[in-house]
Design a protein. Structure first.
Length: 214
């Protein structure tokens, strides 16, 4: 039979272990809550300012777009990815994601330069369409990622941004292709599709890896 003395001596240890387990669970719950809130904040920000998208299975660009509008949209999408990557890179904790973010910055910087040079060559200045919200969307996302602290929460939000952003980008490129009047502008749009698709595929791979370790 267990003596009263031994039972009493064991109580503090049991209590300590129970308290440690509870505190660990609480910490995990807090991390999950922070992550969930960050994802909710991202979703709300993305929905509120993202450019309008086609609602059916066939992507369609708004009517009346000019080559000026198309060049602006392409360049602004590249600037958005470049700016968000620059904010996120110092705070990303996943080595694989950090490497990919650097690639994103390099690729979209080059894409923005291509659109800008073509605009100058064709003497077709970039001009946003009346309903274009890409610049506002960029400002909102940059502000959000600036506020996020270094850690898994930021990593997860950034991957989700990459997936959402590149899905939308693919849809836009395919829809804008039919609106281009200049063969060179059309070629720019068509040529961007394979790289955007590669970015999307890699972002999805990294997203699955982050989810598996979360």
């Amino acid at each position: 039979m267990l003596s009263v003395h031994r039972l009493a001596a064991g109580v503090p240890l049991v209590a300590a272990l129970f308290a440690l387990a509870c505190s660990t669970d609480d910490a995990a719950a807090r991390r999950d809550n922070v992550l969930a809130q960050a994802e909710a904040d991202y979703a709300a920000s993305h929905k509120s300012s993202a450019p309008p998208e086609a609602t059916d299975s066939t992507a369609r660009a708004p009517v009346g777009l000019t080559d000026n509008n198309l060049l602006y949209r392409v360049a602004q999408n590249d600037r958005l990815e470049l700016q968000v990557a620059r904010v996120a890179i110092p705070k990303i904790t996943s080595p694989a994601l950090k490497d990919f973010a650097r690639q994103i910055a390099d690729n979209h910087s080059a894409g923005e330069s291509d659109a800008r040079r073509l605009s100058q060559k064709l003497k077709t200045p970039e001009m946003p369409a009346a309903n274009d919200t890409t610049k506002v969307h960029q400002q909102n996302l940059v502000a959000q990622f600036t506020k996020l602290a270094k850690g898994k929460t930021l990593d997860t939000a950034y991957v989700r941004h990459l997936v959402d952003g590149h899905v939308a980008m693919l849809r836009e490129l395919k829809s804008m292709e039919g609106k281009a009047t200049s063969p060179e502008v059309k070629s720019l749009l068509v040529g961007a599709v394979p790289e955007v698709q590669r970015h999307l595929n890699r972002a999805r791979e990294l997203g699955k890896a982050l989810t598996a370790t979360k």
